[in-house]
Design a protein around this ligand. Structure first.
Ligand code: FES
Length: 320
């Protein structure tokens, strides 16, 4: 669908916010906290961004976009070429970072531009009158976008700026203290983190050490080690719906093999991040190389992201 670029605002030196409105009479599809949409850019790239406004707002989507110095043309194009009044092709909202709405207490942890889905979650929790608090870390106060929005929720916020504290936050004591203060059991507290990879790893380690079961993360980029991994083995893929059997050679990815045989698969990021290519696994053992599935989902082996993942067994049967 097409959306109208209503406003573009500089939030910090390298973060802009973009407000998208419906084009024509039909409203934009509703969205939930933690949802993202894909932007299909005129240069051929598709990029996913979290929706950060209040999910009760039906007439608009708001995104926060950091200009990534390593950009291949996604955030760079949006910062340099996007203009108010343009029409952008967007996907319907989808969610890899769902909010559990009935937690006794929720801890939201944002790192830099990772604050965007956290803001939408905070809107929702506030509307539910739920108990929650926020930890917001950034390299510096100047570089931290949407501080006003975070303050506006009227809940406790722990601010951390690396340049003032001589380094990133130590999440272990910060989380421990807040969970203890909330007086909830290890199962009753839900924790969400979105931010740079080192912060997410520190978050997951802290939750593991503290035996906190409900740790949820959203990554922007594939884990480097996973993204660079290549499946170097041959295997057979049986495609149930298409009634085809194809061979994947060590030189090709599963997605390449599927496309070579004209099998249509929905994709977006093609980096194992967005979840668009999730496919049901009927038998066989996938080699999961995505950042979408949780450890528990990986163990079940009932779905896989075919854009980056491969196969550990000799044969894989997919619902394609
Ligand atoms: S296309 Fe995004 S995870 Fe596969």
């Amino acid at each position: 669908m097409l959306a109208l670029v209503k406003t573009i605002r500089f939030e910090t030196d390298d973060v802009i916010s973009i407000e998208l409105n419906p084009l024509g009479a039909s409203p934009l599809p509703p969205f939930g906290a933690g949802d993202h949409i894909d932007l299909k850019l005129p240069n051929g790239l598709t990029k996913s961004y979290s929706l950060m406004n209040n999910p009760t707002e039906s007439g608009r989507y708001v995104l926060g976009i950091l200009k990534d110095p390593q950009s291949r043309g996604g955030s760079k194009w949006l910062h340099e070429q996007l203009r108010v009044g343009m029409h952008l092709e967007i996907s319907a909202p989808s969610n890899n970072f769902p909010l559990q709405e009935n937690a006794k207490h929720t801890l939201l942890i944002a790192g830099g531009i990772g604050v965007t889905p956290i803001i939408a979650m905070a809107h929702r929790l506030k509307a539910l009158k739920a108990s929650f608090e926020i930890i917001y870390a950034a390299k510096s106060k100047r570089s931290a976008p949407f501080q006003e929005a975070i303050s506006s929720f009227g809940v406790p916020v722990h601010w951390h700026f690396d340049d003032e504290a001589s380094g990133p936050p130590d999440l272990h004591p910060l989380i421990q203290e807040r969970v203890q203060k909330a007086a909830c059991s290890r199962d009753e507290c839900q924790l969400y983190a979105c931010g740079p990879e080192p912060m997410l790893n520190a978050f997951l380690n802290a939750c593991k050490d503290l035996s906190l079961k409900n740790a949820n993360i959203e990554r922007f980029k594939p884990v480097e080690v996973l993204a660079s991994a290549q499946i170097k083995r041959a295997y057979t893929v049986v495609l149930k719906k298409s009634n085809k059997t194809i061979e994947v050679t060590p030189e090709m990815s599963l997605l390449q093999a599927l496309r070579h045989h004209d099998i249509e698969v929905d994709t977006s990021c093609e980096e194992g991040v967005c979840g668009a290519c999730e496919t049901r696994v009927l038998s066989g053992e996938p080699e999961h190389l995505d950042c979408v599935l949780s450890d528990q989902e990986r163990e079940k082996n009932t779905v896989m992201m075919v854009c980056v993942s491969g196969c550990k067994s000799e044969r894989l049967e997919l619902d394609l």
